[in-house]
Design a protein around this ligand. Structure first.
Ligand code: NAD
Ligand code: TYD
Length: 331
């Protein structure tokens, strides 16, 4: 298939590109703005097999250039960090909503199949049980609200213009190449450096963990086998309290619990996410990596790939960290 992958230089998008080029022989064009979270290094093992266009999804001319010759669009491009959406929502509105609109218009003009990569956070928090595709949308952060807005726009293009559009909503991803502002890579790198591990609130919030390669396969499955107009939830096989995730990371890095530091909670912090993947399983997808195994692989990858994270930990990220956590990062 000839694919336009937007946001393909980010964490999940780059994994998807690797998978499609290696295992499916797809011809891939990546359109990416290369924000702080997007890096060509994430694509280093496939960069000579793809076409790369540097540009923003909200820029119609960049999209027009990138989409030429493609049969389908898969949109990963987004501002993705909840904490950043709390301190500055504007970029989230521009990329996640306006950018999605520009892509939908391009898909409509060229008659392309369209897959929107979305998140379980559009359903909000759930105390018990799991969300299905029928659950009401109840986002609580500017991040999840803009992802929800984008999803509604995607559905409207199916209903109004019969655009063959689909939505795939994933639960919390983890794995290699994830920017260290998110829980798991942040805690791994701090633990390796002997720095403190900042746990929000009481640490009892629950997330439903999905290994990044499983999500990439799920999105590919929706692209190939999904029914236009439908939503598919791609939930991971395991749930875990944050404090338990942190304890496992301490154990895998040979550190003790004295590094745990409870810090001020995130405003509006969702208590629990849980996603039922039954519908996507009915289509033939299964998660292959359990949390124990995936976390061990992830810790090993960060330990062995300092070339990837050292430039991040020594650059602007240090300022972000200091502003957000109110203290400097260890060298
Ligand atoms: P990421 O932050 O690692 O990567 C985002 C990518 O999008 C980067 O390469 C960035 O440069 C690019 N980008 C940002 N703004 C852009 C713009 N205006 N135009 C073009 N490119 C732009 O994010 P991720 O964790 O890989 O998430 C990818 C997608 O998956 C997002 O849509 C996110 O909402 C969704 N998702 C993420 C998770 C998760 O746990 N990380 C879970 C479910 C769904
Ligand atoms: P995060 O990785 O930001 O993903 P999301 O908020 O989109 O689920 O956070 C995962 C969980 O970890 C969430 O409950 C917030 C918590 N958290 C911490 O306790 N400390 C941290 O430094 C970060 C970044 C997150």
């Amino acid at each position: 298939m000839r694919l336009l992958v937007c946001g393909g230089a980010g964490f999940i998008g780059s994994g998807f590109v690797r998978l499609r080029v290696r295992d499916h022989g797809d011809e891939v064009t990546v359109l990416d703005k290369l924000t702080y979270a997007g890096r060509k290094e994430n694509l280093r093992d496939v960069i000579d097999k793809i076409r790369f266009v540097h540009g923003a999804i909200e820029d119609a001319s960049a999209v027009a250039e990138a989409v030429t010759g493609c049969e389908a669009i898969v949109n990963f491009a987004a501002e993705t960090h909840v904490d950043r959406s709390i301190s500055g929502p504007e970029a989230f509105i521009m990329t996640n909503m306006q950018g999605t609109h520009v892509l939908l218009e391009a898909a409509r003009e060229h008659g392309l199949r369209y897959v929107q990569v979305s998140t379980d956070e559009v359903y909000g928090s759930i105390e018990e049980g799991s969300f299905t595709e029928q659950s009401p949308l109840a986002p609580s952060s500017p991040y999840s609200a803009t992802k929800t807005g984008a999803d509604l726009l995607v559905s409207s293009y199916f209903h109004t213009y019969q655009l063959p559009a689909l939505i795939c909503r994933g639960s919390n991803n983890y794995g290699p190449y994830q920017y260290p502002e998110k829980l798991i890579p942040l805690m791994i790198l701090n633990a390796l450096a002997g720095d403190t591990l900042p746990v929000y609130g009481d640490g009892r919030n629950v997330r439903n963990w999905l290994f990044v390669e499983d999500f990439g396969r799920g999105i590919g499955h929706v692209l190939e086998h999904g029914v236009p107009g439908e939503v598919y939830n791609c939930g991971g096989p395991d749930e875990c309290e944050n404090i338990d995730v942190v304890r496992r990371i301490l154990s895998l890095t040979g550190r003790d619990e004295s590094l745990i530091e409870y810090v001020t909670d995130r405003p509006g912090h969702d208590r629990r996410y849980s996603l039922s993947a039954s519908k996507l399983e009915g289509l033939g997808w299964r998660a292959q990596v359990r949390f124990d195994e995936g976390l061990e692989r992830t810790v090993r990858w960060y330990r062995d790939n300092a070339w990837w994270w050292e430039p991040i930990r020594s650059g602007d990220y240090r300022d972000y960290y200091e502003r957000h956590y109110g203290r400097a990062l260890k060298a």
